[in-house]
Write a protein that binds this ligand. Structure first.
Ligand SMILES: Cc1ncc(COP(=O)(O)O)c(C=O)c1O
Length: 408
């Protein structure tokens, strides 16, 4: 009965979020999937709406989630071992599919070892839970994903043990490295590879150079950690992500199987010593059931495909569609943040216009995400478009045609 008393307080708190403009809109519910036909890519049906929709807001960059080989792999694993692991990894919840996926993703990103998680979110929490102690200093980009920010809090990083640099500002990063307090034993420079709202990337090569100059100052060194959830599989010449794109080799790579690979789950890749420490220390690994065997089998298949000529073909098609969309925006004289990533933000810089455009796109059967204050600073109102390998030339032309209604 205590919810009776709590409920009104919660309603008030949600109301406050609404008034601050931070409340989430009701969720749309997808009720049907229509496979590609002719010049059209896949379409989706949404509860309560008659028309079909193109998803221009999906992270499934290589568009593998309907791939028959992934479905077959998930199906076979499920038929053999069932739908759930029955226990955490330590209590005989480890199946060969979990280990296979760890080996496969480590090989894909060029690291000796990896651990898998239910999500990249919990993988990032695990990084901090494993590495942090009272003599650890953390330096991060101001636009880091929520899970990195939350990781600092959940692992009790003290205020004086962390520093934030302005987005991609190497001068500020250098200052923070210079000012690491006395008594600190180890430091971690942590950043997104691709910044999910903007589609721009961290200059990891430059970050590594800066870190190298300060490496000898700390007894346990300074490591670089990249969360490349939006980069792995979709970015760089062979889809190895932001490290490949920047020619860098960060010490630790965190990523997801839920974006370019089209499945679910996350990982940490690094040295065998780090990965064993994760296994021993990270609550988000220890106290929760692992991914299903179906997820793991499908993810291994997704990586195999990404690593094959078929994957390279998908990547090529993806990059062509991204180029087509970006050139189209330019021809309409619409502002974006340049770059070859599938996240292509349209900078609208006006709240009312952003809402109008998102609504119009919806009416015309196009799903996108509008970002307004306080999610982005005032003046940076944006519509985030995400291209994927299932979009056709005709799909992109159609989206541009709808956008042309807003040409000024
Ligand atoms: C940088 C970054 N890290 C982590 C995540 C979370 O990924 P997952 O869904 O696997 O938890 C996201 C998803 O939006 C992200 O953009």
């Amino acid at each position: 009965m205590s919810l009776k008393k709590l409920n009104p307080a919660l309603v008030k708190e949600v109301q406050a979020l609404k008034e601050e403009g931070r409340a989430k809109a009701p969720e749309r519910v997808i009720v049907d999937y229509i496979p590609p036909r002719g010049v059209k890519g896949p379409r989706y049906k949404i509860r309560g709406a008659d028309q079909e929709f193109i998803r221009l807001n999906s992270n499934s960059y290589l568009s593998l989630s309907h791939h028959p080989e992934l479905i077959k792999a998930a199906d076979e694993a499920t038929h053999k071992f069932g739908v759930g692991p029955g226990a955490v990894r330590f209590i005989d919840g480890t199946f060969h599919y979990h280990v296979d996926l760890e080996e496969r993703i480590a090989r894909f990103v060029g690291k000796p070892a990896a651990k898998i998680f239910n999500s990249a979110y919990t993988a990032n929490l695990a990084v901090a839970l494993t590495i942090n102690n009272k003599q650890t200093y953390w330096i991060g980009d101001e636009l880091n994903h929520n899970c990195i920010i939350r990781a600092m809090r959940i692992s009790n990083v003290a205020r004086e043990n962390k520093a934030i640099y302005k987005h991609n500002n190497m001068e500020e990063l250098k200052q923070h490295l210079e000012n690491i307090p006395a008594g600190i034993q180890r430091a971690v420079v942590i950043f997104d590879g691709i910044f999910s709202m903007r589609g721009d990337y961290a200059p990891i090569d430059r970050i590594e150079k800066l870190v190298a100059a300060y490496q000898d100052r700390l007894p346990e060194g300074i490591i670089t950690v990249v969360d490349d959830s939006h980069g792995i599989g979709a970015y760089g010449a062979t889809g190895r992500g932001t490290p490949e794109f920047t020619g860098a080799g960060p010490d630790v790579i965190v990523g997801t199987f839920g974006k370019a690979f089209g499945v679910n789950g996350g990982f940490i890749a690094g040295s065998p010593e780090l990965i064993e420490a994760v296994r021993q220390k990270a609550d988000t690994y220890i106290y929760t059931n692992p991914l299903s065997v179906a997820d793991c089998a499908a993810a291994v298949k997704a990586i195999d495909i990404a690593d094959s000529p078929e994957g390279q073909e998908r990547l090529k098609h993806l990059h062509e569609r991204i180029r087509q969309f970006r050139e189209g925006l330019e021809a309409l004289r619409m502002e974006s943040i340049p770059g070859p990533h599938p996240v292509a933000p349209l900078m609208v810089r006006d709240t009312a216009k952003t809402h109008r455009m998102v609504q119009r796109l919806y009416e015309k059967g196009i799903l996108v995400v509008g970002l307004t204050f306080p999610v982005v600073p005032r003046g940076d109102e944006t519509i985030r478009f995400q291209i994927n390998a299932a979009h056709t030339e005709a799909d992109i032309n159609y989206a541009l045609e709808v956008l042309s209604e807003f040409k000024t």
